[in-house]
Design a protein around this ligand. Structure first.
Ligand SMILES: CCCCC/C=C\C/C=C\C/C=C\C/C=C\CCCC(=O)SCCNC(=O)CCNC(=O)[C@H](O)C(C)(C)COP(=O)(O)OP(=O)(O)OC[C@H]1O[C@@H](n2cnc3c(N)ncnc32)[C@H](O)[C@@H]1OP(=O)(O)O
Length: 270
C-alpha cells in the first residue's frame, strides 16, 4: 500500500474519531487544541505510542495534524501587500494588550478565523456538514492560489458592536478593466455583513442587500469594510457597511443588509 493511501486510511480513522468528539468542536484556536487532546484520549494508546516505531508515530501525528488543523485563510500569507499587513497588525495588536503591570489581557478586538467550510468546524457541525452538501465550500475561500481572489481578514468589537474587514482584491476579480467586479464587491459585503450578523444573532440568512457603488476599486488594492449594527427586531438584524480606502478617507461603496435568523430546518428545507 502506498504511503499516500496509508495516509488516507489513517485520515479516515481520525475522521471517525472526529465524529465521536464532534461536540467538543469550537471555531478558532480552541478547536484544534480540543480536537488533538480529545483524540489522544479517545484512541487506543498503541495508536500513538509503541509498539509502533517512532517513525510511524511521527507520521501518525503528522496525519492527525493534517486532518485536524484546517487552513485558517485569515492569517497573513506571502501575497499580502503592505497595506493589508499594516492594517492586520493594527487590529491584531488590539486583540491582546499588555497592562502596566506587564500582564496580557484581552483587548477590544477579536480576529475571526476563516475556513473553507465553517460549519465543519463549528460545535456539533461535523455531522451536519456531511449531511448538507458535503463537497460544498465557502465561495470566497474556494480558490487556493494565494492572492488570486478574495484575501481578507475580519475583526469584531463586541463593545462597539462593530466588525471590520481588511480586503485585498486579487486579479481574478476583475470587472471593468483594472477594477473590481461589482458582484465581487457585493460578495465581500454580504460575507462581512453576514458574518457580523451571525456574530450578533447566531445563524442568519440575507433577505435584503442594498448597495450603492460610489467609486471603483482598483484591482489589487486593499480596502477597509466597516460594518455596524443598526438595530435588532425579533428575528431581524439590520446592519450597514462602508467600503473605504485604507485611510478611511475615500468612500468606494456603501450598503445596508437585513438578515433573518434561521434554524437548521430552514437550511435543510431549502
Ligand atoms: C443552523 C446552523 C447554521 C450553521 C451556520 C454555521 C456557520 C455560519 C458561520 C459564519 C457565517 C459565515 C460566513 C457568512 C458568509 C456569507 C453570508 C452569506 C449569506 C447569504 O448569502 S444567505 C443566501 C441568500 N439568502 C437566501 O437565500 C434567503 C432566502 N430566504 C429565505 O429562505 C427565507 O426568507 C428565510 C428562511 C430567511 C426567512 O423565511 P421565514 O419564512 O422563516 O420568515 P419570514 O418570511 O416570516 O420572514 C421573517 C421576517 O423577515 C421579514 N423579511 C423577510 N424577507 C424580507 C425582505 N426581503 N425584506 C424585508 N423584510 C423581509 C418578514 O417580513 C418577517 O418580518 P416580521 O416578522 O416583522 O413580519
Amino acid at each position: 500500500m502506498s504511503f499516500y493511501r496509508r495516509q488516507q486510511r489513517r485520515c479516515q480513522n481520525a475522521q471517525g474519531a472526529q465524529k465521536m468528539v464532534g461536540g467538543m468542536f469550537q471555531i478558532g484556536r480552541e478547536m484544534s487544541k480540543g480536537f488533538n487532546s480529545s483524540i489522544r484520549q479517545q484512541l487506543p494508546r498503541q495508536t500513538l505510542h509503541p509498539p509502533w516505531s517512532s517513525i510511524n508515530s511521527v507520521r501518525t501525528m503528522a496525519v492527525l495534524q493534517w486532518c485536524s488543523n484546517p487552513r485558517d485563510f485569515s492569517l497573513p500569507n506571502s501575497s499580502w501587500g503592505s497595506d493589508m499587513r499594516r492594517l492586520y497588525e493594527h487590529f491584531n495588536s488590539q486583540c491582546e494588550i499588555e497592562t502596566e503591570a506587564g500582564e496580557k489581557k484581552w483587548g477590544p478586538w477579536r480576529r475571526l478565523p476563516s475556513y473553507n467550510r465553517s460549519l465543519k468546524y463549528a460545535t456539533g457541525g461535523g455531522i451536519l456538514s456531511k449531511v448538507i452538501q458535503s463537497k460544498a465550500r465557502l465561495f470566497t475561500r474556494s480558490i487556493k492560489e494565494k492572492g488570486a481572489a478574495f484575501e481578507y481578514v475580519m475583526f469584531v468589537n463586541k463593545v462597539e458592536q462593530k466588525c471590520v474587514c481588511v480586503f485585498q482584491a486579487g486579479h481574478l476579480l476583475e470587472g471593468p478593466p483594472g477594477h473590481v467586479h461589482g458582484g465581487a464587491i457585493a460578495t465581500i459585503i454580504d460575507t462581512v455583513l453576514g458574518t457580523h450578523a451571525t456574530y450578533l444573532s447566531g445563524p442568519v440568512m440575507t433577505v435584503n442587500l442594498s448597495i450603492n457603488y460610489r467609486r471603483p476599486i482598483p484591482l489589487g488594492s486593499t480596502v477597509l469594510l466597516t460594518s455596524s449594527l443598526d438595530k435588532k427586531e425579533g428575528r431581524k438584524t439590520f446592519v450597514s457597511c462602508q467600503v473605504t480606502d485604507t485611510e478611511g478617507s475615500k468612500l468606494h461603496t456603501e450598503a445596508t443588509g437585513l438578515f433573518v435568523s434561521v434554524t437548521v430546518e430552514n437550511l435543510l428545507r431549502g
